[in-house]
Design a protein around this ligand. Sequence first.
Ligand code: FES
Length: 159
Amino acid sequence: MLDASYYEKADEIIEHYGHSQSALIPIIQDIQNEYRYLPPELLSYVAKKIHINEAKAYSVATFYENFSFEAKGKYIIKVCDGTACHVRKSTTVLERLYKELGLSKEKSTTDDMLFTLETVSCLGACGLAPVLTVNDQVHPAMTPDKVSELIQELRGESE
Ligand code: FES
């Protein structure tokens, strides 16, 4: 169950874009920016408010890969495992992250909601391989030791 503040925020965003059906994507984008995910309850709420069929709203949101229905951590780490990064040992970077964060392929977010770990197929910065991003900030030429330092720094920042 979401608390009332989520619905208030959604109302504010809906007011900003207006109640037209074409506002669906900008509205849910803003909601996702606010919470780092799109709570399914809010998608239904928005659909009702702008008079769009709920199933249609879901199909729009699932069509765009960018929308996530699951809560994510404060820091979203994306490790590139594209060809250029892979040959430069991105796997060792990923393994260190799994170890440091206690995550795995099956569990991508830490229980304290600080980190979410994802893999992507190319971040468009192949010359800097192996690359990862933290909330879209690029970290080039990563090694397992640099990863450990980075995690320590991020943990320090949020204390
Ligand atoms: S393959 Fe990693 S950035 Fe392109």
